[in-house]
Design a protein around this ligand. Structure first.
Ligand SMILES: Nc1ncnc2c1ncn2[C@@H]1O[C@H](COP(=O)(O)OP(=O)(O)OP(=O)(O)O)[C@@H](O)[C@H]1O
Ligand SMILES: [Mg+2]
Length: 316
């Protein structure tokens, strides 16, 4: 897999052509949308964190979601991926409504995501982390699947896929290391590789480059382009405009919960509303340690609940 030559320039040209007739305006219709969201609202007490009237994400594109800190990007992502409990709204993925679907159904439907704060399980090894991400496998509880039999072959296939992905992400030499010993950048790579275990139709990445050392940034960018080359749609949140311009086919800008602009990457800076939103925002207001921990705890609890729901469904 790692030796596959991807013609990513041709992909970019293909997407450019597909999106050529699309006007640069918030909520604009796309020729072949894979995600369609309508009237999504998420409130926290008196604060309306997300209020998105309409968004379509073009199938097969790399679409960037940008906006100042606190714009509602992560909350919107959470809503779309079953982690957000929106107060209002309808959204569909690949023609199927996900509005009422529980979060553990999303990867099965072909939608996977990564988190702003990386969620590798530190007490498991790299390969164990990968195997846990395989969809629909009773063997996902591989430590319980000690009984020889039908699960063996499935197990082997999962492991082969995991090893192939680790090779593609140049992490095969870390296969048996505990995820807790990896650097921040390596964890981001592991999280991305893990997400691909499901062979997703769409992969949603929340700040995949944040905290990654520059030496790894380039390879992360290449992996994102490879995902598009493999036919997946990529929706990613990012702050770095150089990164956004270099890989995205389309850029969606959020501010104060709403989508204020959509356009080709080169047009983003020409939009006065976008410039104003950034000028009026607090750029460097990172989460405090307490806020980070609270967010992490919340996500962990949710993941645990999802894992339990899946186990229950599988009768384990
Ligand atoms: N669990 C929560 N409880 C209360 N308020 C929240 C919660 N999660 C987010 N918010 C608030 O909702 C708003 C949107 O936050 P969100 O994290 O979605 O922004 P963001 O665009 O992802 O920002 P960043 O670029 O800093 O990651 C912010 O005002 C934030 O404080
Ligand atoms: Mg965020």
């Amino acid at each position: 897999m790692s030796d596959t030559a991807y013609d990513t320039a041709a992909d970019a040209a293909r997407l450019r052509e597909q999106l050529a007739g699309v006007a640069s305006e918030p909520g604009v219709a796309k020729p072949d949308p894979i995600v369609v969201a309508d009237n999504m609202v998420r409130r926290f007490g008196g604060l309306t964190a997300v209020e998105v009237e309409h968004l379509e994400v073009q199938r097969g594109s790399i679409t960037a979601l940008i906006g100042p800190n606190g714009a509602g990007k992560t909350t919107f992502f959470n809503c779309l991926t079953g982690f957000g409990d929106p107060d209002e709204g309808e959204w569909s993925f690949d023609g199927t409504s996900l509005s009422k679907a529980p979060a553990h159904k999303f990867p099965q439907a072909g939608m996977v995501r990564t988190f702003q704060l990386t969620k590798a399980l530190s007490k498991l090894t790299v390969i164990e982390n990968m195997k846990l991400a395989a969809p629909d496998q009773r063997g996902e509880n591989f430590f319980r699947a000690l009984v020889p039999g039908v699960w063996r072959r499935q197990e082997r296939e999962v492991e082969e896929r995991a090893d192939a992905l680790l090779k593609r992400f140049k992490m095969d030499h870390m296969r048996n290391e505990f995820a807790g010993t990896l650097s921040g950048g390596q964890r981001k790579l592991l999280e991305m590789a893990r997400a691909l275990m499901c062979n997703p139709k769409i992969i949603m990445l929340d700040e995949p480059m944040a905290g990654v050392n520059p030496a790894l940034t380039q390879s992360l960018l290449e992996h994102i382009k490879e995902m598009r080359a493999d036919g997946a749609t990529v929706l990613f949140i990012e702050h770095d405009m150089d990164v956004v311009s270099s890989i995205s086919d389309w850029v969606v800008v959020m501010a104060e919960g709403s989508i204020i602009s959509e356009s080709r990457p080169e047009e983003v800076g020409q939009n006065q509303a976008v410039v104003d939103a950034y000028l009026g925002a607090h750029h460097d207001a990172p989460l405090t340690l307490e806020e980070e921990e609270a967010e992490l705890e919340e996500v962990e609890a949710k993941l645990e609940a999802i894992e339990e729901a899946r186990e229950e469904e599988l009768g384990l």
